[in-house]
Design a protein around this ligand. Structure first.
Ligand SMILES: Cc1cc2nc3c(=O)[nH]c(=O)nc-3n(C[C@H](O)[C@H](O)[C@H](O)COP(=O)(O)OP(=O)(O)OC[C@H]3O[C@@H](n4cnc5c(N)ncnc54)[C@H](O)[C@@H]3O)c2cc1C
Ligand SMILES: *[C@@H]1O[C@H](CO)[C@@H](O)[C@H](O)[C@H]1NC(C)=O
Length: 554
């Protein structure tokens, strides 16, 4: 962790001083003062609660007082409601946080929420108004979608105390509490020389990532993260505690592989393990003028994977990436490129690059720095989380295109055009990043079936998941940042549609709030999910009572 910090800092300094020495007049203190001035004051007692909201809180306190945290306990309440990755979510204050210690307490709380939902539904029917949302579910708190895991004036179901990690006796699977972060999982399994297909970023929660699909270093080998979950323990809308696996509730089991928070609250994930020791992983840092070569190298390394995959044994599912990031830092006035390369089965003692990457165009690209080396998985995931600091406003947006160099150039142009707009608006401390990563339909066929509809991809075709990850300092810029992000996506989609390189899929975990990931799964996938919802949650608690995140639109 410390080391990667040092190298990241070195690179930032190197880039800044070599290329933009004269532009380093940062008025940090000024910007920070403004950000400070925008922070909301301490939570006020009862602020803005509806009568129903107040009654619900009173019911929860009466029934399960020891797990309800209210603003009357300001230290703990602030700590829990400020613990989101996205500063926007930290500013949303619930009426209370319910933090159960076990599945029975959680089930009891859900029953109370369901009764409240039934009352509100009945009232809504009579008054003809909409239902006031009841609660939100929070796993690792890393979604930047407004209201995905937070709720103004409602109840936040916080899974923070579900943090058990239990290896099965046969060592073939591991039970992971829904409040865990990936670093806890990789640390625990490392001691056993095991791993699971999991997130690439240490700080991200296992719940949201796994329920939305999950792109892993191990996806080329084992498929998506969700396709490696052999069992879920889940509390349904009626408060019943169910197991979902290939043999028990198989439809629910499949629906949870990409269906997000539409079916129930998952309390435990059981993931398939495999023997694992070390990963070769790291970043190449390049000056931004190299972008054209990077796009070419990116595209050719993916098509090589594809073509070698169908014809010869040189195809290596242990290769992961490239993950190419193009960043503009408003504060420094600089752009840079970083590329993560990985190999999940490197020769352990080797100091050399794995063959696949050594013979790829990336090896020949002139770069400022490389941190690639053989290391533990937790060290690799730590390195990926260093550049994602907390305390800033965050947004994502995504689309998917076919692997085509001209389309990638159009994507990069959309990224550059946005920089012009960002400069024109002078958006403080804005960090604007375009991330490209490969997605092969055949990965989606590995592991258990999921409803994402990726298997509909044409044989031998490679896709590129395009995403923008954005952070900034001030609430007054929220709207314009959303507009910039949305129009960048629309520009890419427009180009891809015309060129015939558009893809239907939108990866849920990278979607902006205005996007519709479930529609991108295709009609079969969406209808399947809706059917499971009708059976598991006939009154629609998780459609209209828990509205945060992405809903099935029924
Ligand atoms: C820095 C960073 C790196 C990332 N890296 C990757 C990556 O390598 N691969 C990848 O695939 N994605 C990655 N993501 C995206 C990530 O998958 C999403 O941000 C995801 O939403 C995070 O899940 P969470 O549990 O932390 O978030 P939360 O905000 O807690 O939850 C996200 C959604 O899941 C729902 N949810 C959470 N817990 C439960 C539960 N127990 N039961 C039912 N519903 C629940 C919430 O209601 C919410 O709608 C990354 C994100 C960030 C910020
Ligand atoms: C990938 O790694 C696994 C585990 O080390 C190994 O068994 C397999 O042969 C590797 N595959 C290739 C194509 O090198």
């Amino acid at each position: 962790m410390a080391l990667s910090w040092v190298s990241y800092t070195c690179i930032a300094i190197l880039l800044a001083s070599v290329y933009f020495r004269n532009r380093l007049r940062i008025r940090t203190s000024h910007v920070e003062r403004e950000a400070e001035a925008e922070k909301p004051g301490r939570a006020k007692l009862n602020d803005g609660l509806s009568a129903r909201g107040r009654q619900l809180r009173a019911k929860l306190i009466a029934a399960i007082p020891h797990i309800v945290i209210t603003p009357e306990n300001p230290t703990e309440f602030q700590e829990l409601t400020n613990a989101y990755w996205d500063q926007k979510a930290c500013e949303v204050k619930p009426s209370c946080v319910v933090r159960p210690r076990n599945v029975w307490e959680l089930a009891q709380a859900v029953k109370i929420l369901k009764r409240e939902f039934d009352i509100r539904s009945e009232q809504a029917k009579q008054s003809g108004e909409g239902i006031e949302p009841v609660f939100a579910v929070r796993g690792g708190g890393h979604s930047p979608v407004a209201g995905a895991s937070s709720i103004q004036g409602g109840v936040v179901m916080n899974l923070g105390l579900f943090n058990d990690i239990t290896l099965a006796e046969d060592r073939k699977s591991v039970g992971i509490g829904a409040g865990c972060k990936w670093i806890q999982v990789s640390k625990a399994l490392e001691e056993q020389n095991l791993a699971v297909a999991g997130g690439r970023n240490a700080a991200v929660g296992i719940a949201g990532l796994s329920l939305g699909g999950g792109l892993s270093f191990f996806s080329p080998r084992y498929g998506l993260v969700c396709s490696n979950m052999i069992e879920y323990e889940v509390v349904l809308a009626d408060g019943s505690i169910e197991t979902a696996s290939a043999t028990t509730n198989p439809d629910l089991w499949r629906a949870l592989k990409g269906g997000s928070n539409n079916f129930g609250i998952v309390t435990r994930f059981t993931a398939r393990t495999f023997p694992f020791t070390t990963i070769w992983s790291g970043f190449l840092y390049l000056p931004s003028f190299q972008y054209s070569k990077v796009l070419a190298a990116f595209s050719s390394s993916i098509s090589r994977t594809i073509h070698d995959g169908t014809s010869s044994k040189r195809y290596d599912p242990n290769v992961s990436g490239p993950l190419a990031s193009f960043t503009y830092q408003q504060q420094l006035g600089i752009q840079s490129i970083s590329i993560n390369l990985a190999h999940t089965a490197p020769p352990e003692t080797s100091l050399h690059w794995p063959d696949y990457w050594r013979t790829s165009p990336f090896a020949k690209l002139w770069r400022l720095w490389s941190t690639c080396k053989v290391r533990t998985l937790s060290s690799a995931t730590d390195e990926l989380s260093v550049s994602n600091s907390r305390g800033r406003r965050q947004a994502f947006a995504t689309t998917t295109v076919k692997n085509d160099v001209d389309t990638l150039h159009a994507v990069h142009k959309a990224y550059r055009d946005a920089i012009v707009t960002i400069k024109a608006h002078g958006i403080k401390k804005m960090s604007w990043t375009l991330v490209l990563q490969p997605l092969l339909p055949e990965w989606a066929l590995k592991g258990d079936a999921n409803p994402l509809g990726l298997d509909a991809g044409a044989e031998g075709e490679a896709w590129v998941v395009v995403s923008f990850t954005v952070s900034w300092a001030l609430g007054k810029d929220d709207e314009v940042v959303m507009e910039i992000t949305r129009s960048a996506i629309e520009n890419v989609d427009g180009f891809a549609r015309e060129r015939g390189t558009a893809c239907r899929f939108r990866y849920l975990n990278y979607c902006a709030g205005w996007q519709k990931p479930f529609e991108s799964y295709g009609e079969d996938g969406l209808e399947f999910l809706r059917g499971v919802s009708r059976r598991a949650d006939p009154d629609g608690l998780f459609q209209r009572g828990c509205v945060g995140g992405f809903k099935l639109g029924m």
